[in-house]
Design a binder for this molecule. Structure first.
Ligand code: ZN
Length: 236
């Protein structure tokens, strides 16, 4: 029985690879991907594995963080520690330093700065026209995340927009897109997040949590690992 099940599984995998995989082709056709991180580390948490997969496939990935959260640091850290940590973390994902932009908006004040943020995003669209944008979801309850989600939708409405999952902030989330990952992609994600010494006290920084979350999503769609996204727009 077990042997039959294994054989059936093998056949299923082989069958899948024989069919044209349009979704995979769409992901691999993305040549420019933009990650919007309200605070440093949001991008790695929400789509670090996917970033590693895209970089591996030859995609040019840019990462834009909007705050180094100077006011939220535990005592004993340099005020700009997160600027250094995000450089190291994004390098772990394979993002070249020239593709990293770190703004310095004060944490928890984004709603009052929405027009400034929108203008930054619109100029990114005009300058670079990414094929896909990863941003927080609209049901993320953090006010800074909400601002980036709302203004991101306005600035990038002519391209594909996916909302990443920050599970403890998402009071509602439609699991519309699963991007499958291999173990090596998750290893990059965990290595990236391990660069944030200043955030080690946070429960989500636990590698076991990161592995488990990706494993649950992967098993749900018959893959090893996955990250989930809310689909806001597909333009193809
Ligand atoms: Zn955040």
């Amino acid at each position: 029985m077990i042997v039959q099940a294994a054989a059936a599984r093998q056949a299923g995998v082989a069958g899948r690879s024989r069919r044209p995989d349009y979704a995979r082709a769409m992901v691999e056709a993305w040549k420019r991907a933009l990650i919007l991180a309200p605070h440093t580390d949001d991008g790695e948490l929400g789509c670090g594995g996917t970033t590693a997969r895209l970089v591996e496939a030859g995609c040019d990935v840019r990462y834009v963080a909007f705050s180094i959260a100077t006011r939220s640091l535990p005592p004993g850290f340099e005020p700009d520690i997160l600027a250094r940590e995000v450089r190291e973390a994004t390098a772990e994902l394979g993002i070249p330093e020239a593709n990293l932009t770190v703004h310095d908006f004060d944490v928890r004040t984004f709603p009052g700065r929405r027009q400034d943020i929108l203008e930054l995003l619109v100029s990114l669209w005009e300058e670079w026209e990414p094929d896909v944008v990863f941003q927080p979801s609209h049901h993320d309850v953090h006010q800074d995340h909400q601002t980036i989600a709302q203004e991101g939708l306005r600035a990038f409405k002519r391209t594909t927009i996916l909302g990443y999952e920050i599970p403890w902030n998402n009071f509602d989330f439609a699991y519309g897109a699963y991007l499958a990952l291999e173990r090596r992609h998750l290893e990059r994600k965990v290595a990236a997040l391990s660069r944030y010494a200043s955030q080690k006290h946070r429960r989500y920084a636990d590698p076991e949590y990161l592995w488990n979350l990706a494993r649950v999503h992967g098993v749900n769609v018959n893959r090893e690992y996955a990250e989930c996204f809310q689909v806001y727009r597909i333009v193809a």
